[in-house]
Design a protein around this ligand. Sequence first.
Ligand SMILES: Nc1ncnc2c1ncn2[C@@H]1O[C@H](COP(=O)(O)OP(=O)(O)OP(=O)(O)O)[C@@H](O)[C@H]1O
Length: 777
Amino acid sequence: MGSMGKTYTVNPIDYKLLEEVGYGASAVVYRAIYIPFNEVVAIKCLDLDRCNINLDDIRREAQTMSLIDHPNLIKAYCSFVVDHNLWVVMPFMAEGSCLHLMKIAYSDGFEEPAIGSILKETLKALEYLHRQGHIHRDVKAGNILLDTNGDVKLADFGVSACMFDAGDRQRSRNTFVGTPCWMAPEVLQPGSGYNSKADIWSFGITALELAHGHAPFSKYPPMKVLLMTIQNAPPGLDYDRDKKFSKVLKLFLARFSQQLIYSENAFTYKKNCTIFFTGLSFKEMVAMCLVKDQTKRPTAGKLLKHSFFKHVKPPELSVKKLFADLPPLWNRVKAIQLKDAAQLALKKMPSAEQEALSQSEYQRGVSAWNFDLGDLKAQASLVRDDDDDILETREEDESVKFGGDKVTTGSQSSSLNVNSKSEMQQAEYSRQLSGGKLPRVDNLNRKGRLPESDLLETSSQEKVGWKRNGSSTEAKASTSENDVMQAKAKTVKSRQTLSGPIMPGTVLSHSLSERGRTSERFENERQPTAERATREIRKAPSFSGPLILPNRASANSFSAPIKSSGGFRDSLDEKPKTNLVQIKGRFSVTSENLDLVKDIPLSTVPRRSSQSPLKKSASVGEWMFEPKQMPVNNQPPKEVNNNSVPALLLPHLQNLFQQTSIQQDIILNLLNSLQPAEAVEAAQNGKLPPLPRGSENNGSVSRFSIYNSALGFQILVESASSERERSLLIKITELQNRMMNLTNELNSEKLKYEQLQQQLKAITGGEENGERSDVDS
Ligand SMILES: Nc1ncnc2c1ncn2[C@@H]1O[C@H](COP(=O)(O)OP(=O)(O)OP(=O)(O)O)[C@@H](O)[C@H]1O
């Protein structure tokens, strides 16, 4: 039974599928004609082979959709199975979802009056659903549909749950269902149970989504979002960074401080005050929804009485004007697909397809995840974000702010600034349409009634199914190239956080039916790149799909090895941080490392110098050694990493060696200058280098024993007859002793150096293994 007592048949030949007007995690939605009534309807086609939802869930959705009866909820006319697809026939909402609308024309979110109306209508739907005992579990902008007259309806009961199942009224549920960014903390906490208040949290997130153009945390990978939701303070509206609200606030305050508001006419004054206080009450309303303790969140009914909703305009005034001048929905959807495809191409990933596939497998595989918080934390700590991301996270972590003024990233919004109104009407579409492969959309009124002639014409055409025909493919390919060119000319901040090791697609391949995958690959090979990209985009999650995490064991429990990351080391990382001094790159410098460095007697080690340390001196024969002090290492510890420790030691060791050699030279010089007979003799015996004959030495020296352990020889010299010679010999002895000490030092440093090298090898070996297993995984 359909609308107004009309009955819709369950025979697919009574329906003519037209353009694709939406796609989600599990379904593609088409505009269609119900031929018996010549009425435009929407048909949601769920691929039963591909989606993870079990038949019970699907039946429940269809059942819920057919039983509900509320002006703000999408009702199903009927549903039936066609091949491997379930078709759900429902009213066509000609302006699509709020998400698509924001993507195409309001990337910074809607203006406050529209937000108020959309939220109020959605809240009415929720209030009704909750009263009927349902939890929607997937409230988000992508599931709020708009019609040309401004009607607002909540859709997608794919994940809705009945709280009265098995007569267990008000039972808290324990399954993990929803979409990461919109999921309430209690939904994510295993075993804590949740109820209709989970929808209120999602409603609060949706409010922020509508105000900013994207949901909080939408740029982060799903696992990160889950953790942020559990661990961070709840998100909220930030006036400083939100252009829309701060503009009003600043203006108001400026005029207030100059007492200008009093001189304004009553109308302007009232208007400004209203905007200002509405902004404040919006913030308050959102804060009420986003309380982590679900018991403290208001019910939908109570929230409806909040001051924010008191002065909300009827949607036909505030919502209707949002679509003025926009092209028809199907063209917008196509443009979004092309835009996303161009963006994907721009990212120049090693393999865009790989990424898309991995994302789509995430979407499918998510239901097979073993929900283990410890694993999640480990995975989240592996997520690498660029500096920018880190900064932003910290900002968000600290003060929970949102970048309304930022280029939106992530799947929820596109970062390409497509001027929708002009670019929508590109020649590409005219070409497609004039090519006769798609129905003449110009001849359709928005609501979708087809003139009889067109209906006949389109009826004779091939049905638009899961695949596209050749001409539209060609047209899209060329437009995709255009898009890429346009996009290249613009500054694009591409999302980068999705390519990290967290992508479960790499470990969840079994979750995808092999048959489906093979045929998909085959299709992909035959399709032009742009078409493929578009298809992959469609399959790739916008993270807007439901996250279903049933309590069942899985092999996919994040087996990737944990490695130290140069990225986040925030509260998410619970690895022990004892002695952690500084994090640099992939290494962390611990106080142990610093101790090692400290052990080196830097202050006593002479530095190697370009200038020779040997200077002419009268007191020590020809040369004296002028040791230069090695400056204490003034480098801050952050400059030190495991790599640089041996490098740091090396010059010192070289200096020691050099110093020792120099001292040897000095001694030899001194010996040369003394020319003791024994030395000469020793030299002649091969124990000492030949000594030059000096003029001062007259041969009468006292016996003096010099033992050099390092050099392993003993010099026995006669004590010099003269005082001068004696003092020189003493100096020699001193120098020899110093040399011995230095040699000992050198040996021990050599030992340390070797040990350090071994440690370093062990570390780098471990790192390489870790990286290899990362690459493998
Ligand atoms: N009745 C409708 N009229 C017009 N457009 C619709 C209609 N129903 C759905 N859509 C469009 O199709 C998109 C996907 O629909 P839907 O959310 O039901 O699919 P899904 O696979 O369940 O998505 P997800 O699970 O990601 O929320 C919607 O976001 C919307 O843009």
